[in-house]
Design a protein around this ligand. Sequence first.
Ligand code: SAM
Length: 334
Amino acid sequence: MLLRDKFGRYITDLRISITDRCNYKCVYCRTGNEGALYGDLPFADYLRMARVLVALGITKIRLTGGEPLLRKGVIDFVRELSQLRRPNGSGNSADVLDIALTTNGHLLADLAQPLKSAGLSRVTVSMDAVDPDRFTRITRVPGGFDHVLAGIRAARRAGLWPLKVNCVLMRGFNEDQIIPFGMFAREEGVIVRFIEFMPLEEERTWSPATVVTLDEILSRMAEYRPLVEIPHARSETARRYRFDDGIGEIGIIAPVSHPFCGHCSRIRITSDGKIRTCLFSVWDHDLHAQMQRGASDEELAEFIQGVVLKKEERHHIGEPDFVPASRTMVHIGG
Ligand code: SAM
């Protein structure tokens, strides 16, 4: 039985946050506090959740956090995940899961090759400036830029492909990095994706005026070089563009100005084992508590199916009835 919500959307993408600790303190995300709020679980628990969910039709799993590379044992966990197979398959490579990771890249240089060897398919590195000083102002960790650049290059060498670099733009902070990021995409051979800033930050600084929108990004980038839109799959969150000479690709993820909830295929598991059906959910569903009370795999599957039926139709960012999510991004898993 595949997971389908009451609006007819199939749920095929799972994000698992494996910690809500982070070694960066990005100004638009965290207050700068040191600790995790919710903590994390043994990998065996996430693995069981993943196994049950794969049997229900999940085909892609993305590990996130907090910062997932802070967790010791992440490589073994990727290896175990990569051994899960989609059900009713023919036993060939099409049954293999797509396993991805979102990281700030600080610890990636040494881990890229072991992760690839363990079965990771691809990686997305978050990086909000290509100027090292600006990078430090955003992350509040001196010297981080060189580590992240080394991480990106190691990931490319390891064949973690497609290699995406995600940049959240905030007005007055880093929108002058748009063109430098276009150059970076071309020089480093990575796909740079700009993400509109969403109201999921700890310090509640978001307002519509802080969002640098898709239209603005496109017109600013066109001052550098013309862009040509690449057709994208309906389920893809990013609109994709290449430069007119074919060198370099950028993407724009525009949940605020061009929402894509109508074809959302995701659910998330937080580091403490709660299911969230939307980034903007105002409640979550305690899958781990079901495990602790001794639920069988069949009972877990039933619980998950019930939760999916409660998936929100859409977010309400910028609308008068908007209610902030019950957790901020770092404690959900972006
Ligand atoms: N530590 C990892 C990283 O840096 O990629 C994974 C977790 S981080 C929360 C995941 C992504 O969420 C990052 O790309 C980050 O920039 C993005 N993010 C955090 N807060 C956001 C917000 N309010 N709006 C949009 N994206 C946000």
